[in-house]
Ligand binder design. Structure first.
Ligand code: BMA
Length: 347
């Protein structure tokens, strides 16, 4: 309960302090962008210690920062200096604290390496990984060291409230903690172990726990690996638009229907369980639909009751890998149209 109050407090800060639309946070949707302050399309912060962190693709295009910024902690478990996308953890910490000082909300995802094979988060060559790191498993002690390093980073935020979203997209089978890679019982045990280590062992009270399977999935599927109301503060889902052989327009129609249906499911679960809900990751790679923001995403989320929507990163070293506009991108005007909507909140 205390944790939720902290979240609402930080959302209210955004709504009151940072946005010229005088919206109650409960009515508006915070817009978020992954890695927004550490790099963008064709630029990257190089002076991690001194950069003033005012550059942002979103600000370049819309004049304001995203209300939510996401960062990924993949690599922290090994004690690496930089994450899996080569962003230094010192920069991530400073960018997260800077964003919160501006009134924004921060969310952390985590793509940890595969502890059994040594591969990455996408290494699904073994279905014994989760089992092996649970109590009694051969790698349990190793995993506790990983959690210790993760806790060290989260502790270094000095109690600032953040959303933590581990073990995401777990109803698909592309991560080693995915659907076909572990039993529901073991998945839930993994989530609870992570939670209990950070909260009970390490006393971290600043984390809002987000459970965010990939969507669309049915309500029974969503709940089949739900860690429980005592472990989760926010319900999320990750849904991307993929363009198939039937083209961009059909992809948009399909995506919109999927998002609407999934968010209706989250609303039903959220109301039953007393939890807020969000669209924790989304996007269309390369924004190949010029009207995506106004005609596809916005109608899919307006009125859905979500607290926030986060689009994925704009890689600086892969020109086609972006999910938000950047200065000079031909679709920037369409994003501004989205950002100007009454219920969309930027910072
Ligand atoms: C994926 C891609 C990868 C990246 C990963 C974690 O969706 O963007 O390039 O390494 O997320 O950020």
């Amino acid at each position: 309960m205390k944790r939720l109050v902290v979240l609402f407090f930080s959302l209210a800060l955004v709504a009151c302090g940072g946005n010229r639309k005088s919206l109650d946070a409960g009515d508006g949707i915070l817009y978020g962008h992954q890695d927004d302050l550490s790099y963008g399309h064709a630029w990257v912060v190089t002076d991690a210690a001194n950069d003033d962190l005012t550059r942002s693709d979103i600000r370049d295009v819309a004049g304001r920062y995203p209300a939510v910024v996401g960062f990924d902690l993949g690599g922290i478990e090994l004690g690496d200096r930089s994450n899996l996308d080569s962003v230094p953890f010192d920069l991530i910490r400073r960018a997260a604290l800077t964003h919160m000082a501006r009134g924004g909300v921060v969310t952390f995802s985590w793509h940890p390496r595969n502890p059994l094979t040594g591969g990455d988060a996408w290494d699904i060559s073994s279905d014994e990984v989760v089992y092996s790191i649970l109590p009694g498993g051969e790698l349990h002690d190793t995993f506790l060291v990983w959690l210790d390093r993760l806790a060290g980073f989260l502790e270094s935020l000095d109690g600032a409230p953040v959303i933590f979203r581990p073990w995401h997209e777990n109803l698909g089978s592309w991560f080693w903690w995915g659907w076909r890679l572990c039993s529901a019982k073991d998945y839930i045990a993994l989530y609870r172990l992570t939670h209990d280590y950070l909260v009970r062992e390490r006393g971290l009270t600043n984390l809002q726990w987000c459970y965010s399977p990939n969507g669309p999935v049915s309500k029974p599927d969503f709940l089949s690996r739900y860690p429980g109301d005592d472990y989760v503060d926010i319900l999320g889902t990750d849904i991307y638009e993929y363009v198939g052989e039937d083209g961009v327009k059909a992809a948009g129609v399909r995506f919109q229907a999927q998002v609407r249906e999934m968010l209706a499911t989250l609303r039903a679960i959220g109301e039953e369980h007393g939890k807020p809900w969000c669209l924790s990751e989304t996007g269309l790679e390369g924004l190949v639909d010029p009207h995506w923001w106004s005609d596809v995403l916005y109608p899919a989320i307006t009125g859905s009751g979500i607290r926030y929507v986060l689009t994925w990163r704009n890689a600086h070293d892969r020109p086609e890998h972006f999910y938000a506009p950047w200065k000079g991108f031909e679709g920037e005007e369409n994003f501004r149209k989205f950002a100007e909507k009454e219920d969309i909140i930027l910072l």
